[in-house]
Design a protein around this ligand. Structure first.
Ligand code: PGA
Length: 305
């Protein structure tokens, strides 16, 4: 059957209205224009599509059949159009992501893979601590946030996608480095090198010690996990950090994980957005990417799941 989409579109309108004049109005065509398209369609299928009974126009049996097909072809085209628009959105959109300092260790690799898959997407990335992520969410700034579990009372939607174990670290030559099942109260007189107030890691550690009714003594405060690891390695104190920050140190055996009862402190990474936020196609694609693929961007020499 040698018919064109235009002929089907004109026929569908004429069949719906049972009027060439109304179809012409709807499609911004002249009435003879409609009539020519339908005549050509009738010629190519070899049957009449309309018949005139008195003053009224009716569909013939062939017309009724063609009406069904031309409607579903129209719907399929609309559907294809929607899918293509969605793809265009993902290919060319902008994405504003904010992530917790600690999540940056795996998130940069994840973002690189996402940017490679969706080449035309422009990404802006802000790396900051938990407190300021809460602030950004309250002000509805980023499309999506990767962080620890948001505080209760925040007006957000969040979904966990991966474990975030917090471990105790020491220099490799530390006397406790080779000991097994160390009791937590052994550490009440220790000074820990810690993250700043406002950090999710710091908050989780303090809650953990409080829950176990053990005194937690903070030593030097630092805003960077890298600096904490270096300080611990240099013997400035013990540290508690996310296992996800330790890829290199564990591989090169520059830092020891202490075997402490109750550790690791179990946390999760969450992908978070403000409640009711309408995500753009790019942001939706990124959210899905994080939920399904984040785990493969953590490269630890030990199992963290
Ligand atoms: P942090 O983030 O870098 O602020 O410690 C981790 C978290 O949100 O738990």
């Amino acid at each position: 059957m040698n018919v064109t989409l235009r002929q089907l579109q004109v026929f569908e309108a004429a069949a719906r209205h049972l009027s060439y004049t109304n179809a012409a109005k709807e499609l911004y065509l002249s009435q003879p224009g409609v009539s020519i398209q339908i005549k050509q369609l009738e010629e190519s299928i070899g049957l009449s599509l309309f018949e005139q009974v008195g003053k009224k126009m009716h569909l013939t049996t062939a017309g009724r059949e063609m009406f069904v097909y031309s409607k579903s072809i129209g719907h399929l085209l609309e559907e294809a159009d929607g899918v293509i628009e969605e793809l265009k959105g993902v290919r060319s959109g902008r994405l504003a992501i904010s992530i917790a300092t600690t999540a940056s260790h795996f998130t940069t690799r994840l973002l690189a893979a996402f940017a490679q898959r969706y080449e035309g997407v422009t990404i802006s990335l802000d790396i900051t601590n938990r407190e300021s992520l809460h602030q950004q969410l309250a002000e509805n700034q980023p499309d999506l946030v990767i962080m620890g579990q948001p505080s209760k009372g925040m007006d957000v939607e969040s979904e966990a996608f991966m474990l975030n174990p917090l471990v105790m670290i020491a220099p490799t030559n530390h006397p406790l480095a080779k000991k097994k099942s160390l009791a937590l109260d052994k550490f009440q007189n220790e000074h820990f090198v810690v993250r700043e107030c406002g950090s999710g890691t710091r908050d989780a550690i303090e809650r953990f010690f409080k829950y176990h009714e053990i005194c937690f003594q903070t030593g030097i405060e630092m805003t960077s996990n890298e600096a904490i690891k270096q300080a611990v390695e240099a013997g400035l104190g013990l540290g508690i950090v996310s296992l996800h920050t330790l890829e290199l140190e564990l591989e090169t055996e520059r830092i020891a994980l202490l075997d402490v009862v109750g550790f690791p402190i179990e946390r999760h990474w969450f992908i978070v957005q403000r409640s009711g936020k309408r995500l753009s196609p790019v942001a939706q694609a990124f959210r899905q990417f994080v939920l399904t693929e984040a785990k493969r961007f953590v490269r630890l020499p030990i199992d963290s799941n």
